[in-house]
Design a protein around this ligand. Structure first.
Ligand SMILES: [Mn+2]
Length: 324
């Protein structure tokens, strides 16, 4: 990939906003922090903004306290959007051009809409962390703090190098980051092994909603607003729940519905080996990856489940194993 336009932008500008999608995950928080710390090393003025709450488990990352939820009031030179397939998911109220003169879009979603003035999109990259490593290494000192953020990006988006998006390059980059002093066991403990009691209480309720169909190949669960209230769980406590059903032997597709409001349902999809879940998400104006995707549906929960599961079933029957 040719990064020269990006380096030119860095050289010729001074004020930067670095941002990512709402419902932030390890890749979004990690890449926002890595880019922010790198720009500071270039002696730039930089404001990291994520228009949502940062999950507690990523607060160990150096600089996470710098991330602002407040949209800056002045116009910046450059806005760098990371890990975000379309501008809407950044969650800004106004048009992006009202925040900065130049928009840079660095991402790895195949569904990316190329909304930037400069677009660095590599759908073969496991994570934006991986792209940023290639972008930064050799141009700026990738110190321990930056390495920690990049490692978190890669390790979360690859599910601890278990998912099909893991490549030899991902592993090489992780090895380089370990050379900077990063300890995988430390990050794993922070990110994967600190579930709150509330999240386990929620998990108990959610697993009770499990439904299996299509000869055991499709599994779905749902989370109601009531369940969130009763358990006191937060949005971030729903993280990873879908994997419990994806792991059921014989299941190819897992779907999780989350009632955010009366008629606003967030739908998450995962698949294991052959089913393309992105194509389903895209039918409902969502997006994502081949094996992990999502969308929002403006219908009541029961209706959303009917419509979405019917669509998945139809596609599963049409495509069939090995034909995707
Ligand atoms: Mn990502």
């Amino acid at each position: 990939m040719d990064f020269s336009n990006f380096y030119n932008l860095i050289e010729t500008n001074s004020n930067f906003i670095v941002t990512s999608h709402i419902s932030p995950d390890g890749d979004s928080v990690g890449s926002v922090l890595a880019m922010t710390l790198a720009l500071l090393k270039f002696q730039k003025r930089v404001v990291p903004v994520i228009n949502d709450d940062i999950p507690k488990k990523y607060k160990f990352l150096p600089g996470s306290n710098l991330i602002s939820k407040e949209t800056p009031g002045i116009i910046y030179d450059v806005l760098i959007a990371l890990d975000c397939g379309d501008r809407e998911r950044l969650g800004f109220e106004k048009k992006l051009c009202e925040y900065a003169r130049v928009i840079v879009n660095i991402d790895h979603h195949k569904s990316n809409t190329y909304f930037g003035d400069l677009n660095i999109v590599d759908s073969n990259a496991s994570s934006v962390g991986e792209i940023l490593y290639r972008l930064l290494e050799g141009k700026v000192e990738v110190d321990y703090d930056i390495a920690l953020s990049l490692f978190t990006s890669i390790i979360t988006d690859t599910g601890s190098i278990r998912y099909s998006n893991t490549t030899p390059l991902s592993l090489k980059i992780l090895a380089h980051l370990m050379d900077k002093g990063v300890r995988p066991d430390y990050i794993s403990r922070q990110v994967f092994e600190k579930r709150s009691f509330k999240s386990i209480s929620l998990l108990k309720l959610v697993l009770d909603t499990l439904e299996i169909s299509v000869d055991g190949k499709l599994a779905s669960i749902y989370i109601t607003k009531d369940m969130m209230e009763v358990t006191g769980a937060k949005d971030e406590d729903t993280d990873g729940i879908i994997n419990h059903v994806r792991e059921i032997e014989g299941v190819e597709v897992a779907v999780m519905f989350k009632e955010n409001a009366e008629s606003l349902i967030k739908v998450g999809f995962r698949s294991n080996e052959w089913f393309n879940v992105r194509q389903i998400a895209e039918q409902f104006n969502g997006g994502g990856h081949l094996r992990a995707a999502g969308c929002n549906v403006k219908l009541p929960l029961a209706k959303t489940r009917d419509v979405v599961l019917d669509t998945v079933k139809r596609h599963m029957e049409e495509s069939g194993e090995g034909h995707n």
